[in-house]
Design a protein around this ligand. Structure first.
Ligand SMILES: Nc1ncnc2c1ncn2[C@@H]1O[C@H](COP(=O)(O)OP(=O)(O)OP(=O)(O)O)[C@@H](O)[C@H]1O
Ligand SMILES: [Mg+2]
Length: 346
């Protein structure tokens, strides 16, 4: 009865609280928020000055009184207060959007979390959602949410392998009968790749790069396997010379970036190999037949699917729109109580 009242006057919301990007899905309306997980706050008053892309533009460029924070690192909440404020901000934003009936900010919320998080970290996510106004908060393992969002047959008696490579974590899971049979979670993903580019510039060229510049280089010439026409591609390392302290720029090639990214990329591949080794034989044969599905922003790195299928000898494909799978999956379970009860983390 009470639930019926609330469901009329408040929203059902799915949230992918990602290290790099936060997405908010509202039932009946679609994905309403898709923003970088960055918050700019006033250092003294702790007031929020900007959230999302506006705050991301401020990283590394803020005056002394302002700080641009990424409240999630390595897939977990590193700054609880800021995460809670960010959730509050988005829940308020969603509830202020025009709708037929006025809505109260007391939503039912389903959130995707990395499968490697501890119970303390999980509780922190639920607490952040509750203190931001949620009347109920359920958690899903990110790879499960992603697989549901993609429409993979998670409830069937067959092995489905999904690899979700985001900003802070890479999540590997073999799913069958609504459960995760084998899982691996590595704190190696997009952020680590950016860091490798920063280290490469420092070690090889004595150049200090900002993390945003490193990410832009990754977008433009990032790759993991030789590709046609790469000789014509170049990018500029624009940074500060570590000796002179002055600005300097250097032209770099896709082959150099490939070299820089090799270690983290192969650590993800090795973890997938380990996961396959741990998978029961019956399910491995399903994976060989159906292949591995890649999701998350880092799956967009040029050549990732090709390199993986070459190394793993299994078909590998990147799904369309890989950065929205988790939030779409959260949205699907909001509508399906049965499914929610089967797959949610307890
Ligand atoms: N075209 C691209 N090439 C390479 N990397 C990309 C591309 N597009 C996005 N990325 C990277 O994908 C990452 C963000 O992906 P995503 O939004 O799936 O992460 P997230 O869900 O926020 O993080 P996590 O799941 O680890 O908490 C960033 O590191 C970004 O640099
Ligand atoms: Mg993610």
């Amino acid at each position: 009865m009470l639930n019926q009242f609330w469901s009329r006057f408040s929203y059902d919301i799915g949230i992918d609280l990602g290290t790099a990007n936060t997405l908010v899905y509202v039932k009946g309306k679609g994905i309403l928020v898709r923003e970088p997980t960055v918050v700019a706050i006033h250092k003294k008053t702790k007031d929020i000055l900007a959230v999302g892309s506006e705050a991301k533009r401020m990283i590394g460029k803020t005056p002394a009184s302002i700080t641009a924070i990424r409240p999630l690192r390595d897939g977990v909440i590193s700054d609880f207060t800021v995460t809670q404020k960010m959730l509050e901000y988005y829940l308020k934003l969603v509830h202020e959007m025009p709708s037929q009936f006025p809505k109260l900010p007391r939503p039912r919320v389903v959130l995707g979390v990395p499968q490697g998080v501890t119970s303390v970290e999980r509780k922190a996510v639920v607490d952040a959602a509750r203190s931001a106004g949620a009347r109920e908060a359920f958690l899903l393992d990110e790879p499960m949410a992603a697989a549901i969002g993609i429409g993979l047959p998670v409830l069937e008696a067959q092995g489905t392998m999904i690899v979700d490579m985001g900003g802070g974590t890479s999540e590997i899971a073999v799913i069958s009968l609504g459960g995760i049979v084998v899982n691996k979670s590595l704190r190696v993903a997009g952020d680590e790749l950016d860091q490798e580019i920063v280290d490469y510039a420092k070690n090889k060229y004595n150049l200090l790069l900002g993390e945003r510049t490193a990410e832009e280089i990754k977008f433009s010439i990032g790759n993991v396997i030789e590709y046609e026409g790469e000789a014509a591609h170049k990018a500029l390392f624009r940074g500060r010379d570590l000796k002179s302290g002055l600005p300097r720029s250097i032209e770099i090639s896709p082959a150099e970036i490939r070299e820089a990214l090799k270690v983290p990329v192969y650590s993800i591949i090795d973890a997938i190999k380990d996961a396959i080794e741990e998978t029961p034989a019956e399910l491995v044969s399903d994976i060989l037949k159906n292949g591995i599905t890649l999701a998350g922003g880092t799956s967009l790195l040029r050549g990732m699917d090709k390199l993986m299928s070459h190394e793993l000898k299994v078909p590998v494909k990147v799904v369309p729109d890989p950065m929205t799978c988790v939030v779409r999956g959260c949205g699907i379970v909001l509508d399906d109580r049965d499914l929610l009860n089967k797959v949610r983390i307890r």
